[in-house]
Design a protein. Structure first.
Length: 371
């Protein structure tokens, strides 16, 4: 066990971190401290290089959970008279629509099923039918089911049709390949506490420099103004308002470990092994994943809940938690499911232990799975 006796979080953020990452939070930093501000700068440089954005992109860190950075990106980079297409295959896509509505920005929803990736054919059909579309807001990995959307193809299509693309890559950044140098993407948003395995508390936006520079005065929010945050940081090297110092220090430590592990390819491969061990172990118990293997991302797996009337998620959750593993409720409206994350400082062995705990919990609760 990597983490001693703490429970293992099989949730897609907050997630299980290493002792080294937690250790990094044991000292206090002043926001004027040059060493602290160099740490922020080095984090931004590392984050840019993960998505090959060193040349034309900048990284703007932002206080708050991931949604704060998504809202900052949409509110700062999308002009008020824009029309944004949102391919919707889950709760995080719906959240993009809600943010746009609050911001008073026109949005067009492309409604998809929870298990249906955002195909380029459907998106281009929308571009042709609604030429007033100027932007696309796309979730890369829809965490509500664990579904992977084909980002490279969508980016290429946006480039061909001259649409601006903003990507919520919250649960894929660092684990799945993203390359902004290939073109088609204006901004990528993620946060400290997902696949980078930091602790939650800050997000960041990797944005094309020319797009950010054109965004002065666009944001109606003071706290979530990306341009102001960036301009202030350029001028002073400091965060504009109180920085989440311990979160930043933990992210620095997490990124050091990320690089030592072998970067995105190694992180993605470990999650792939975790995911395969989980699905295989659960299949042996009789659980079926909700998604087809072809669209399943190795980050979180949605399983159909047992049909047995003896099954109750809360009791099941508590029994598995008492064995040391924290599961996640389902987030689908139509079918009864639960989710198991495969990200965090865990390996395939932890996944097998979790499967064993699930098996024991079912036995204790007298829940049977249909063959
Ligand atoms: C986690 C996540 C977010 C941000 O959620 P917060 O609770 O604000 O951190 C946004 N989009 C996706 C796809 C996510 O997985």
């Amino acid at each position: 066990m990597i983490n001693g006796s703490d429970p293992i979080l099989l949730t897609p953020g907050p997630l299980t971190t290493t002792p080294a990452t937690r250790q990094a939070m044991l000292r206090d930093w002043g926001s004027w401290d040059a060493a602290f501000n160099q740490m922020t700068d080095s984090i931004c440089r590392d984050l840019l290089s993960i998505v090959s954005g060193q040349k034309d992109f900048v990284c703007v860190p932002m206080q708050g959970s991931g949604t704060f950075s998504v809202e900052a990106a949409l509110g700062s980079l999308v002009p008020r008279d824009a029309v944004v297409l949102v391919p919707n295959n889950g709760a995080y896509c719906t959240r993009l629509l809600k943010i746009l509505e609050r911001l008073g920005i026109a949005a067009i929803e492309l409604k998809l099923r929870d298990d249906e990736p955002a195909g380029v054919a459907r998106i281009e059909e929308m571009f042709l039918r609604e030429p007033r579309i100027t932007h696309v807001a796309q979730v890369h990995l829809e965490t509500s089911a664990g579904l992977l959307n084909p980002l490279d193809e969508i980016a290429a299509s946006c480039a061909r049709f001259d649409k601006r693309l903003i990507v919520d890559a919250m649960s894929s950044f660092g684990a799945l390949p993203i390359d902004v140098s290939k073109g088609g993407i204006d901004a990528v948003v993620s946060a400290s506490g997902k696949c980078l395995e930091g602790v939650p508390g800050m997000g960041f936006v990797i944005v094309r420099r020319s797009v950010l520079e054109a965004s002065e005065g666009v944001s109606r929010s003071l706290a979530l103004d990306l341009y102001d945050q960036y301009a202030y940081m350029q001028k002073t090297t400091q965060w504009r308002f109180t920085p989440p110092t311990h979160v930043v220090a933990a992210l620095r430590a997490a990124l050091d470990q990320y690089k030592a592990e072998g970067g995105q390819a190694a992180r993605g491969a470990r999650y792939q092994r975790n995911c395969a061990a989980l699905i295989e172990g659960m299949a042996a118990l009789g659980f079926r994943p909700f998604l087809d293997a072809s669209v399943q991302a190795p980050v979180i797996v949605t399983f159909h809940a047992p049909r047995d009337p003896a099954y109750d998620f809360k009791r099941f959750y508590e029994a598995v938690r008492d064995a040391g593993y924290v599961l996640y409720p389902g987030k689908l409206t139509e079918v009864e499911t639960f989710r198991v994350g495969c990200i965090g400082a865990i390996d395939a062995n932890e996944m097998l232990n979790a499967v064993a705990a699930i098996s024991r919990a079912l036995g204790m609760l007298h829940v049977r799975l249909a063959a």
